[in-house]
Design a protein around this ligand. Structure first.
Ligand SMILES: [Zn+2]
Ligand SMILES: [Zn+2]
Length: 442
């Protein structure tokens, strides 16, 4: 955790981009007696007494009960809130309904303590920012990079949204707690951090094409940790300490990179658009979707293949953005998607015009953005050996369904990605089926 420690509570004057980067998290500990030590850690940080411990039924068993017991020993009493599972099965979700339930249950005073992973963390982060209250988090799985980021991804009126929250004051857990998480959750965390080569390359594309802010330091914050799990991903699959710790540290640093850069660009590019599209298709059809990081892993593999394919030959002419938002595909989301798509079309057209006009630009993209991505063979090996999803059958999505997701994902969000460049260069949608067959069905 040395790299993480270096940034805690710091404001760094960045040599690379000239901006100041801030990290709001003041303490991050991976220690054996995490639950027992948490009250002392909170006291040392001057946080309010009277803990409100929020968990779901599984994370309460993993750590929530022990955390509550530790605060009870110190304060004599504690408020424990256990989010119930919805009647239809599965775990709680982060949406407006659950948020209202939580608002009614949480007392107005006291330190908010989130014990869980994606959903519990997002709900507490959301509530904390609205109430202007500090919170701490006890991660129960190395499953996603949101513990140290300011992003919240709730579903509002059925639509997946993005809100700005604040980071926790402290993030405290133990390797034993992380190891007790279901293997699929840990492997999902690997899928989420593996997005970095694609998302940072996409970020670089936006810099080269639209002169957007880009910071190489933020883009490469996990460079010291990356080789540990890239070279020995099986340590994660086997739950070995060195693998889990490297993954967890990469997850915390990835969260830092987003807050430091003030954008999710260092950790979210075309691969996330594919995962968001799969989520929306599932919601459209009333189906369950797989874990975020498992879908992101497959999105990363596909986008890494695109980076390889797109830069093989220089296209004669670049196509501008002219696709329509298909109501038959997006159904109830069509209007919301069109709002984003209209901005994306503009970007795609701008990019195509520049590429058609400036002869040296393509080579710069190939070298500076393409050079940041890693070969799809490497992505596939790391995912497979790390026990993560690496084929469509692993996430229960058919070939046809994934092809549809790829061919519509570019309509989301304004940020330019390899998905749009591949469309401009004539690789997508023509060759989507071929690339899906080669990389995701083998
Ligand atoms: Zn910088
Ligand atoms: Zn993610």
């Amino acid at each position: 955790m040395n790299t993480v420690q270096r940034f805690l509570g710091q404001a760094v004057a960045c040599q690379a981009c000239g901006r100041e980067h801030r990290v709001g998290v003041r303490e991050a500990l991976l220690i054996d007696d995490a639950c027992e030590r948490l009250p002392a850690v909170a006291a040392a940080l001057g946080l309010p007494r009277g803990a409100v411990v929020i968990a779901d039924t599984r994370t309460r068993a993993a750590a929530g009960a022990a955390v509550a017991e530790a605060f009870r020993r110190r304060d004599g009493s504690v408020t424990e809130i256990v989010l119930p599972d919805p009647p239809g099965g599965g775990g709680p979700v982060c949406d407006d309904h659950t948020r209202r339930t939580l608002d009614r249950a949480v007392p107005a005073e006291g330190l908010l303590v989130a014990v869980g992973s994606g959903v519990v963390n997002d709900l507490v982060k959301w509530m904390a920012v609205d109430a202007g209250r500090p919170y701490v988090v006890v991660p129960t799985a190395a499953s996603m990079n949101g513990y140290t980021s300011a992003n919240i991804a709730p579903t509002l009126k059925g639509v997946k949204s993005l809100l700005e929250g604040r980071e926790p004051v402290a993030v405290v857990t133990s390797t034993a707690i992380l190891r007790s998480a279901p293997a699929a959750l840990t492997a999902a965390g690997l899928g989420d951090v593996m997005a970095k080569p694609v998302s940072s390359a996409d970020w670089r594309l936006n810099h080269l094409l639209f002169d957007e802010f880009y910071c190489p330091f933020c883009a490469d914050l996990i460079r010291e940790i990356e080789p540990i799990y890239m070279q020995a991903p099986e340590a994660i699959a086997q739950g070995r300490t060195e693998g889990l710790e490297a993954l967890y540290e990469a997850i915390l640093l990835t969260g830092f990179s987003m807050t430091m850069a003030g954008t999710s660009s260092p950790a979210s590019g075309g691969e996330h658009l594919i995962s968001h599209t799969l989520d929306m298709m599932a919601s459209r059809d009333g189906l369950h979707h797989d874990l975020h990081g498992r879908q992101v892993g497959l999105g990363t593999l596909f986008c890494a293949a695109l980076y390889q394919e797109v830069f093989r030959t220089r296209p004669g002419r670049f196509r501008s953005g002219e696709t329509r938002t298909e109501p038959a595909f997006w159904k109830g989301f069509a209007d919301a998607v069109e709002e984003q798509h209209v901005r994306k079309r503009r970007r795609q057209t701008q990019a195509a015009e520049r590429l058609n006009r400036e002869s040296g630009l393509w080579d710069r993209l190939a070298c500076e953005a393409g050079g940041l991505c890693c070969p799809p063979e490497t992505v596939r090996r790391v995912l497979r050996q790390g026990g993560a999803a690496c084929r469509l059958q692993d996430i229960g999505v058919s070939r046809e369904r994934f092809i549809e997701a790829v061919d519509h994902a570019h309509e989301l969000r304004e940020r330019y990605t390899i998905l749009e460049l591949a469309r401009s260069a004539g690789v997508l949608p023509e060759r989507t089926p071929e690339l899906v067959d080669i990389w995701l069905c083998a």
